[in-house]
Design a protein around this ligand. Structure first.
Ligand SMILES: Cc1cc2nc3c(=O)[nH]c(=O)nc-3n(C[C@H](O)[C@H](O)[C@H](O)COP(=O)(O)OP(=O)(O)OC[C@H]3O[C@@H](n4cnc5c(N)ncnc54)[C@H](O)[C@@H]3O)c2cc1C
Length: 368
């Protein structure tokens, strides 16, 4: 039912605009409105906070359908989920009650601020600091590549707090409009151009102790827990995008005539399509298994999250590249969606922990 609804609204309302969203490189606020009107943001929260069923598997079905049509639009829902994950997973009752109902309608937009110019894969290298002073924490530092930082009402900012000479990574909830918060450069990206990615700085930003998520020093664990979830969503985005590319390529192959017959009648083309479909189905199965394990707190969830992300995100690059190949020169041009899809695909192997980092996570779980 959810899949059908999301598929229908994506097909009717977003598909005609997907190329324009990419071309304009602006956040599609009409997609926010569309998702809000159709209650799609409710998929990011648990029922008691105004959400639907609170299941990652359900959310992943929707994300897959969105990404099939427009990967930039999948960030609208995906980032609302990642942005709210620290609160949903580690927040106290007061924090959940304050933020989650608004997040489930998108009246509150949430972002996740972990990455820094000198700390990408190496989260522990972060330089943002929070110092306790006059009954408040004062945050100073710079984050980069933060999805939708330019519209965030609330950000989870990860910063180091010194306790007895030791640095403890800690998660703080920071109002996007707080004094000292400045949104900087918006990146001019290869793909996902309809999703904003910005640097954001914190200069003497004061927050109360009650803005800490979990406890001082829980930040690293919180970040990893959120990324376990984010990686599975990233897998769904990849499966959806690859499915969209497959459909575009198959449909083109049936109508493009060369040597007196549709190119789809060549076994060489059929085999490419067959391999694409097989890999997509395999990735879909892995991602859904990982989401199920996540929802059911299975002990090997982290490994499955990393494996499904690794396979699905490498797969989508192969699938979209093959789709461009099947469309030949037309595939290389913006008149057809596969050109955008191939550009959109690349990011999935980079963010939420690059695929090299996924291999480290998988290997660690095998060798511990
Ligand atoms: C569009 C976009 C949206 C993003 N959204 C967010 C967001 O909302 N919030 C947020 O906090 N961050 C976000 N990020 C940041 C993203 O998570 C990082 O870019 C990513 O974690 C990689 O960090 P890095 O770019 O600094 O690369 P680096 O860590 O510098 O890595 C560079 C290369 O080295 C490899 N590498 C690094 N360490 C190792 C190792 N030990 N072994 C083998 N290879 C290694 C990496 O795999 C990569 O190929 C976003 C990035 C982009 C581009």
């Amino acid at each position: 039912m959810i899949r059908k609804t999301v598929r229908r609204i994506m097909q009717e309302k977003v598909a005609p605009r997907a190329a324009e969203i990419d071309q304009k490189a602006e956040l599609p606020m009409d997609v926010f409105d569309l998702f809000k009107a159709n209650d799609i943001f409710s998929l990011v929260a648990a029922q008691e906070y105004g959400g639907f069923d609170g299941k990652l598997l359900t959310l992943c079905l929707a994300i897959e359908e969105i990404s099939r049509v427009c990967a930039s639009s999948s960030m609208v829902l995906g980032n609302q989920s990642l942005g709210s994950a620290p609160i949903a997973l580690w927040g106290n009752e007061a924090q959940k009650a304050k933020y989650l109902p608004g997040i489930a309608t998108s009246e509150i937009k949430a972002s996740f601020a972990l990455t820094e110019p000198n700390a990408g894969s190496d989260v522990g290298g972060m330089q943002t600091r929070a110092v306790f002073k006059d009954n408040r924490f004062v945050i100073n530092g710079n984050k980069c590549f933060i999805t939708h930082a330019d519209i965030a009402d609330i950000l989870t900012v990860f910063a180091k707090v010194e306790v007895n000479g030791q640095d403890k990574i800690t998660a703080f909830l920071v109002d996007g409009k707080a004094k000292g918060v400045t949104v900087g450069k918006k990146e001019d990206k290869m793909g996902l151009r309809g999703s904003s990615t910005c640097s954001i700085s914190f200069e003497d930003v004061e927050v109360p102790e009650s803005s800490i998520v979990g406890k001082i020093g829980d930040g690293y664990r919180i970040a990893l827990d959120c990324l376990d979830k984010g990686r599975i969503m990233c897998g769904s985005q990849s499966v959806g995008l690859a499915q969209g590319a497959l459909e575009a390529a198959a449909s083109y192959a049936k109508t493009r005539v060369q040597f007196g017959k549709p190119i789809s009648e060549n076994q060489g083309i059929q085999f490419i399509l067959a391999d694409m479909a097989t890999e997509i189905e395999l990735a879909r199965t892995m991602v859904r298994a990982a989401a199920w394990k996540y929802d059911n707190h299975e002990p090997d969830m982290m490994k499955f999250s990393a494996m499904s992300k690794l396979f699905a995100t490498d797969m989508v690059m192969r699938a979209t590249t093959n789709a461009v190949q099947i469309l030949g020169g037309y595939g290389y041009c913006k008149d057809y969606p596969v050109e955008r899809m191939m550009r959109d695909a690349k990011i999935f192997a980079i963010f939420e922990g690059s695929n090299q980092i996924q291999r480290l996570v998988i290997a660690r779980s095998l060798l511990k």
